[in-house]
Design a protein. Structure first.
Length: 461
């Protein structure tokens, strides 16, 4: 093993590069990065001009150990293992925050011919490709917005999986900030799909169901400029499932003129134990209604945005912030990453904190949210889970207007469908008039969208 060497990494205008070389005998590089002023520091690792991964330092994680090795257990999950470490390396780091011009990092590096250091949460069988459940069909329950210790979360990958089991999830998407946590423990009945929360000063968006790492050494600079962030997200949305997160939750509300044509979903219900989300959720619902009325048939999903341990609560909340609260139900022919992405884009989704409601019509046996319906389909029913002990109100919305509101475990609605474009959605609210469940609308007819960007719709929501 070579002796560990400590370096002082300076920043100029929030940006810096450190370069080094690795010989052919080296099988692992171990780096310990420490932020001096608790800023948000994003680091890319470039090997022979190819970006192979990232790491993130935050106010919660001011020290980060990064391992780059030749096996999964000896490589950090936000970095791609390297069959051969030989060659030229660059660390490109970007600092955002009030100390961007004065921040500096310390880095301790060792290079070794032995694979001696192991990632603590990878010291067991792990896999890169997500678990698929071909025998799991129909409605599956998932969470599209989760975090780990590899960004600003408090749970390891194993703890996330254990929490998902307790919440009876079938899958969840790992969406750490501006990194991809790409390997997960084997042997779990929970399918874990790779994603990332693209984090900008103008709002956050999740890219879901990733098959590779979308970030390069230049991405972090690009994401801190409005035009650059729009271009980056537009390209991602062309080939992946892109969702805007907590679009009206300050200080992380969305302000970019993102083209709606690349938006596959919108996060309607974000961590309901966070007090400010009550108002933000109603704003998201109003915006979603506007989207549909403008002709943009975009699915609704939910995300726990889990950052905390299952025993912890936000100030003022009596309930812990848990992975899987809310749950998003997706109707799939089999539980695979490709099917989940495809079915969300079709709108076959429900979001709920109280279990899955049953949405039916006597006019169409195979009714699903998000479907375009014939005029002959105009009778609907929504039934809540039978084990509930609290009273709820079911609201039916036609073209954005509440047309029926009924308290109880079930409700029906009948309408006469006029010609043209119309849409219908059911929301469920608790005794405090707080949203606990909703579903992507069904619709009749077609409408060519008359707006093109998020900000155009938000201005009228």
């Amino acid at each position: 093993m070579l002796q560990a060497t400590k370096y002082d990494l300076k920043c100029r205008q929030g940006y810096g590069v450190f370069e080094f070389d690795v010989s052919g005998a080296v099988r692992q590089v171990a780096l310990t990065l420490v932020s001096q002023q608790s800023d948000w520091v994003e680091v890319s690792f470039v090997h022979n001009e190819q970006t192979v991964g990232q790491t993130l330092l935050t106010h919660r994680q001011t020290e980060r150990v990064v391992l780059i090795g030749q096996t999964i257990p000896t490589t950090s999950p936000t970095v791609t293992l390297q069959a051969d470490l030989t060659g030229h390396w660059r660390l490109v780091y970007f600092v955002s925050g009030e100390n961007a011009n004065t921040e500096h990092l310390t880095m301790t590096m060792s290079q070794t011919s032995e694979l001696v250091r192991r990632d603590p949460d990878s010291d067991r069988d792990v896999l890169v490709d997500p678990a698929q459940r071909l025998d799991k069909q129909g409605w599956v329950k998932g969470d599209f917005h989760t975090h780990t210790i590899y960004s600003d979360g408090k749970m390891t990958r194993s703890q996330n999986i254990e929490s998902a089991k307790k919440q009876h999830l079938d899958f969840f998407v790992a969406t750490d900030h501006n990194v991809v946590t790409g390997s997960w423990p084997k042997g779990s009945a929970i399918s874990t799909f790779a994603g990332s929360e693209v984090t900008t000063p103008f709002g956050h968006a999740n890219v879901l169901g990733l098959t590779d790492r979308p970030y390069t050494a230049a991405s972090y600079v690009q994401l801190n400029m409005a035009d650059g962030a729009v271009a980056f997200l537009t390209q991602l949305g062309e080939h992946n499932l892109l969702s805007i997160n907590h679009p009206f939750l300050g200080p992380w509300s969305w302000s970019l003129p993102l083209p709606l044509r690349v938006l596959g979903a919108i996060e309607i219900l974000n961590d309901p134990t966070y007090a400010d989300n009550v108002r933000a959720t109603d704003k998201a619902l109003a915006f979603w209604s506007q989207l549909w009325s403008h002709g943009w048939r975009i699915a609704g999903i939910g995300g726990s945005d889990s950052h905390m341990l299952p025993t912890e609560t936000y100030e003022g909340s009596t309930r812990p912030s848990l992975l899987g609260d809310p749950g998003t139900f997706v109707y799939v022919p089999a539980l695979t990453r490709e099917n989940v992405v495809a079915q969300v884009k079709k709108g076959a989704t429900m979001v709920s904190r109280i279990g899955r409601p049953v949405f039916t019509s006597p006019d169409q046996a195979d009714l699903l949210p998000g479907q375009q319906l014939a005029a002959t389909v105009h009778h609907f029913a929504l039934a809540l889970p039978t084990d509930l002990t609290t009273d709820y109100t079911i609201q039916w919305l036609l073209d954005g207007q509440i047309v029926k509101s009924e308290k109880g475990p079930a409700s029906t609605y009948e309408l006469d469908v006029a010609s043209g474009y119309h849409w219908l959605r059911a929301d469920v609210r608790d005794e405090a008039d707080v949203l606990v469940a909703t579903l992507t609308p069904v619709y009749w007819g077609t409408k060519t969208p008359d707006v093109t960007t998020f900000t155009e719709v938000a201005a009228g929501a």
